[in-house]
Design a protein around this ligand. Structure first.
Ligand code: 13P
Ligand code: SF4
Length: 314
C-alpha cells in the first residue's frame, strides 16, 4: 500500500475513533512522524495515564502496551504487532524472579519498566532509565534492594549512588553487543565527536561515554550541546529525532560487534510498520488484555514511580 494512502487513512481513523498514537523513539521514522506523541518509556507511561482518548495505539514493544493498559484499564490499548517483545523483559521470567525475591525476603524490589505485567506485580517500585537514580536515592541508604532485570543499568545506578543493590542477571541484546573496537575506531575518525550512551550498555562502554542517559536525555543533550558530531550508542531509531531537531549536526550510530551493518537495531521495535499501524486502527486488533488480579498488583509500583517522578519534576 502507498504511504500517502496509509497516512490519510490513519489520520481519518484516529479522528473517527478518538484514538491517540504514542510512539517510542526506536520506531521507524514514518511511525514517529505520524504519532501524536514520541517519547521515552517514562513519557509514554505518563501520556497513557493522562490521555482522554478512548483508544491508545502504542507503537513500541509489548511491555509498553501493557504499561499503558495497566494505567488506563478503561481504555482499549492496541499495539501494531503483539510479537514485538523485548529481550530484556524476556530475560526475567516471573516465576524465576519470584524465587529470587523469596530467597532475599527483607529486600525492596525495584524493577525496570522493561518487564512483563507479571514481574511488575511482584515489584515495589518500577523505574525507567530517566528516574532510576532519583528513585533509588529516595530510599533510605540502609534499605536492602533487589534490582531487576537489567544488570548494566543496575550496576550503573549502584556506582552512581554508592548502593549495593542485588542485581538480576538480565540484559538487552541490542545494548549488550556494541563493538568497543568499532567505537574506538569511530572516535579516532571523528575526534570532535562526543559519545552518547544508554545506561543499558555495559560498563566498559559507559566508562568512555561523554553523556549517559535515557533516550530523551541523549536527545536533549545533543540538542543543547555546542558540539557538531555525536556517536550514538543506543538503538538507531533515536537518530531520526536527533537529526530532525539538529539538521546541522552529524549523528553516527555506534555499530554492533557481529555484523557488517553500520547501526544497531532492535528487531522487536522494528516489527511495527505503518501498514500494521493502519490495520490495527482499522480492525481494532491486536488488543492488550491483562488479568485484573495482576493489573491491580502491577499498577501500584508504576503509580509509585509516577508520583516520585512528579516530585522530582521528571
Ligand atoms: P528509554 O526509557 O530510555 O526510552 O529506553 C527504553 C528502552 O527500551 C531502551 O532499550
Ligand atoms: Fe528491549 Fe533492548 Fe529492544 Fe529496548 S532495545 S525494547 S531493551 S530489546
Amino acid at each position: 500500500m502507498k504511504k500517502e494512502f496509509l497516512v490519510d487513512e490513519i489520520n481519518k481513523l484516529r479522528k473517527e475513533k478518538n484514538a491517540i498514537i504514542l510512539s517510542h523513539y526506536y520506531q521507524e521514522p514514518e511511525i514517529q512522524d505520524i504519532a501524536d506523541f514520541v517519547g521515552d518509556s517514562l513519557a509514554l507511561a505518563q501520556w497513557a495515564a493522562k490521555t482522554s482518548a478512548d483508544i491508545i495505539v502504542l507503537c513500541g514493544v509489548h511491555f509498553m502496551g501493557e504499561t499503558a493498559k495497566i494505567l488506563s484499564p478503561q481504555k482499549r490499548v492496541f499495539i501494531p504487532d503483539t510479537a514485538a517483545g523485548c529481550s530484556l523483559a524476556d530475560s526475567c521470567p516471573a516465576d524465576e524472579f519470584k524465587k529470587f525475591i523469596e530467597e532475599h525476603p527483607d529486600h525492596t524490589v525495584i524493577s525496570y519498566v522493561n518487564t512483563t505485567a507479571a514481574v511488575k506485580a511482584l515489584t515495589d517500585i518500577v523505574v525507567t532509565s530517566t528516574n532510576a537514580r532519583q528513585i533509588v536515592e529516595s530510599l533510605p541508604v540502609e534499605e536492602k534492594i533487589i534490582f531487576g532485570p537489567d544488570r548494566n543499568l543496575g550496576d550503573y545506578i549502584n556506582k552512581l549512588t554508592g548502593r549495593n543493590m542485588l542485581l538480576w542477571n538480565g540484559y538487552c541484546h541490542v545494548h549488550q553487543q556494541f563493538s568497543m573496537d568499532k567505537i574506538l575506531e569511530l572516535k579516532k575518525r571523528y575526534p570532535e565527536a562526543l559519545l552518547l550512551a544508554h545506561p543499558e550498555c555495559p560498563n566498559y562502554l559507559l566508562q568512555i561515554a561523554d553523556h549517559i542517559g535515557s533516550t530523551s536525555s541523549l536527545l536533549k543533550f545533543a540538542t543543547r550541546s555546542d558540539r557538531k558530531q555525536f556517536i550514538v550508542a543506543t538503538e538507531a531509531g533515536i537518530l531520526h529525532q536527533m537529526q530532525k531537531d539538529n539538521p546541522d549536526k552529524l549523528f553516527i550510530p555506534a555499530p554492533p560487534e557481529d555484523s557488517t551493518c553500520a547501526c544497531n537495531e532492535c528487531f522487536y521495535m522494528k516489527m511495527n510498520t505503518l501498514e500494521k499501524l493502519y490495520a490495527c486502527l482499522k480492525n481494532e486488533t491486536p488488543e492488550i488484555f491483562i488479568d485484573e488480579e495482576i493489573r491491580l498488583k502491577a499498577v501500584k509500583p508504576i503509580e509509585r514511580m509516577l508520583e516520585i517522578s512528579e516530585k522530582y519534576g521528571l
